[in-house]
Ligand binder design. Structure first.
Ligand code: PMM
Length: 273
């Protein structure tokens, strides 16, 4: 298989990127079906917004949001991942047909999630993360030698040790540098630059997923002359350019909102190889 395209289906009333338009089950299903038809390899269903400053939903709210969507899309033949930090939600999602658990906390928020994954056949995506959204930007400090790249590799390496210790085999582990999570725009660009480099996260020897789509570091890159960031709905082309770059640098997959555009980019990329 070529590079994996993970299409984002946020079932949250407060997601920064889609304004909560897919907040109800039917709308989320319609969105998921569309992304699947456009060629997503994986639909990433999430019920907790990780927007900086967001407050957490109750477990019951998160379950109510994601489980009916996962159940239906999986029954229709889509390959589904659940975007959750909670063991209870991961277990219910796997039972409902999810084949991938995408944990932005890499097992730090709820360590029992690693046991749930180990006891299943699910693939586990472990993202670099330092704290929940209400205080993550306070922790965007990387003073150690080697800066953000060395810190992310070291901290992801610690997560890998914990994931392996829980009994998840390497064939089922994917790592993610966590662009935008406890990171400044500069930190994100440094991490992107390190992909494919011997000191980058690839050095951990596991496949990498990158989620850059619509994030604010793209908005600030494209700011207007007065310094106003490019609005979230107008960052798609920049995101596609980044997909091309990270594809060239050997990542396993990308997590994107615009599946159709991403497929176009990858068609061009693959045709040039
Ligand atoms: N970003 C968000 C949510 N989940 N999961 C992974 N693995 N990597 C990411 O970069 C990531 C994620 C936040 O973005 P959104 O609100 O647009 O979904």
């Amino acid at each position: 298989m070529g590079l994996v395209v993970m299409g984002v289906v946020n079932v949250t009333p407060d997601s920064f990127s889609d304004g909560g338009r897919f907040a109800d089950t039917d709308a989320a299903l319609a969105h998921g079906r569309r992304l699947w038809a456009e060629g997503a390899d994986l639909l990433d269903i999430g019920g907790e917004s990780t927007r900086p400053g967001a407050t957490r939903p109750l477990v019951s709210e998160e379950l109510d949001r994601v489980i009916p969507v996962i159940e239906t899309l999986a029954a229709e033949g889509a390959r589904v991942s659940v975007d959750t930090m909670r063991a209870e939600v991961a277990a219910a999602a796997i039972a409902a047909g999810a084949q991938v658990v995408n944990d932005v906390s890499g097992g730090l928020a709820d360590p029992a999630i690693l046991d749930v994954v180990a006891a299943s056949q699910a693939t586990y995506v472990a993202m670099h993360w330092r704290a929940h959204s209400d205080r993550m930007q306070d922790l965007a400090v990387y003073d150690e030698p080697g800066g953000v790249v060395a810190a992310v590799v070291r901290e992801l390496g610690e997560r890998v040790a914990a994931i392996r210790a829980a009994g998840v085999p390497d064939e089922r582990i994917v790592l993610d540098p966590g662009l935008g999570f406890a990171k400044s725009a500069e930190h994100n660009w440094e991490l992107v630059a390190s992909l494919g480099r011997p000191d980058g996260p690839g050095r951990l020897g596991l496949p990498l997923l990158v989620g850059a789509s619509r994030k604010s570091f793209l908005g600030s890159l494209l700011a207007d002359a007065d310094g106003n960031p490019r609005p979230v709905t107008e960052r798609e082309i920049a995101g596609h350019a980044l997909t091309m770059v990270v594809a060239e640098r050997g990542v396993w997959g990308v997590r994107v909102h615009d599946v159709r555009g991403t497929r176009d980019v990858l068609s061009v990329w693959q045709r040039t190889r």
